[in-house]
Design a protein around this ligand. Structure first.
Ligand SMILES: Nc1ncnc2c1ncn2[C@@H]1O[C@H](COP(=O)(O)OP(=O)(O)OP(=O)(O)O)[C@@H](O)[C@H]1O
Length: 227
């Protein structure tokens, strides 16, 4: 089980963007994906979701993937409420004529866990940036995702919205869950996660966060972490 990435390479128009990335995670791991702008972090997540072609091996086993992309469309050309989005997480790829009582209960639990119950009838287009991200995480929760991929989920959020999101992640996180989260925020490296993957097209560091914080990051020129 777990997640295995072997010899992963991605090119865009013949230009290498990721080269020979290797790492593996087990259930209970929370990986922080670090790297400068354009290092290939979003590309890594897109490859794991299967959104882009790649060479190499990615094994996600029986994990159910929840993916919250960096660019979430703020406006959707048709009206969708928060509750409808979260309920759609229970579909598991198959259309349904109607949602069962159990689906609605699962959606309510996901809305509670993400502190969105009161906003359940709001249209997505009327949510704040932090609420919108939490709504997509709620959808992943409702779908019982156990491999969660988050691309800079806190970028552009104020401190209070960040704290709310950290709480949601704590709710989400279980022994049988794997989380990969792209972040640029040195503070988050201190408070979240147990593993680090630092990339710049190639992997510069993969391993325990403690080892990374103990010094390797200085050699890599990554300023971490102000008190
Ligand atoms: N669809 C695409 N077509 C061509 N090039 C792309 C495409 N998507 C990304 N790239 C390029 O691939 C490289 C890696 O992009 P990626 O979005 O993975 O970087 P990133 O590490 O997530 O950056 P950031 O921190 O700025 O979000 C960049 O040079 C980018 O311009």
């Amino acid at each position: 089980m777990g997640l295995i990435v072997e010899n992963l390479s991605v090119t865009y128009g013949g230009e290498p963007v990721l080269e020979d990335i290797n790492f593996s995670l087990k259930e209970g791991d929370f990986l922080l994906v670090l790297g400068k702008n354009g290092a290939g972090k979003s590309t890594l997540l897109k490859a794991i979701v299967g959104e882009i072609p790649y060479s190499g091996i990615i094994k996600t086993f029986n994990h159910k993937i929840g993916y919250v992309a960096q660019k979430i469309p703020g406006t959707i050309p048709f009206p969708v409420t928060v509750e409808e989005l979260v309920l759609a997480g229970t579909l598991k790829g198959k259309p349904k004529l109607f949602y069962r009582k159990e689906d609605r209960e699962v959606a309510v639990e996901a809305l509670k866990a993400t502190n969105l119950l009161k906003k359940r009838n709001k249209l997505l287009g009327n949510l704040s940036g932090g609420e919108l991200r939490r709504a997509f995480i709620a959808r992943a929760l409702a779908g019982k995702a156990d491999l969660l991929l988050l691309d800079e989920p806190t970028s552009g959020l104020d401190q209070m919205s960040r704290e709310e999101l950290y709480q949601v992640l704590n709710t989400f996180f279980r022994e049988d869950t794997i989380i990969l989260m792209v972040t640029h925020d040195p503070k988050e490296i201190k408070i979240l996660g147990n593993k680090v993957l630092h990339i710049d097209k190639k992997a510069l560091y993969f391993g325990d966060k403690d080892g990374y914080l103990a010094g390797e990051e200085r050699e890599l020129g990554f300023e971490c972490c102000p008190e």
